[in-house]
Design a protein around this ligand. Sequence first.
Ligand code: DX5
Ligand code: ZN
Length: 218
Amino acid sequence: LRPLAIAPSILASDFSKLGEEVRAVDTAGCDWIHLDVMDGHFVPNISYGPDVIKAMRPHTKKVFDAHLMIAPCDPYLEAFAKAGCDIITVHAEAGPHLHRSLQAIRALGKKAGVSLNPGTHPSAIEYVLDDIDLVLVMSVNPGFGGQAFIPSAVQKIKQIRAMVAGRPIDIEVDGGVSDKVAGELAAAGANAFVAGSAVFKGGTLEAYKANIAGIRNA
Ligand code: DX5
Ligand code: ZN
């Protein structure tokens, strides 16, 4: 099994003090920092881009896990690589050239991920399994934090865990993840857990510590 990773989504943090929030979740024991990039086109919301990520970068040494909800994505991959992202995940639904995007990410020396919307079949990744390091299974419709977990993600994770068949691919789940569902998701084969509201609720370092530990123990 792949090492377990808890990845707080910065989308749920206080944007007026991003550096401080990044340092807080680092101290609180997170493994990765999940960065939700939204363009108001692929998804109905706008978040932040590579310059904001670059500004967060000096505040932690932890893995920067970028989730690009943007279309097109190819023109911006280099900017996200230069901003300090370690994993760059694009959506299978974002355009007709998924394989090209994945090649471009690896050519930049970064780990390549594919994300699947709740309505997308796992077969979308069948022909790129040797070109990816991570699959990000959406358990909400992308665009907003704080939505309810969609239970069909559990079955999809099981299918994907069987498809990857021993390849060194992380399976990450994103949307409505809390200590209530994390155990079931891990049993299904997920090893990386994005959590926005479930990590940042409480708003203090002590709360973040307890929230991260709660998900990890689940
Ligand atoms: C949704 C984002 C998620 C979101 C998760 O488009 O991809 O990463 O921030 O937030 P919660 O954990 O609150 O559902
Ligand atoms: Zn995300």
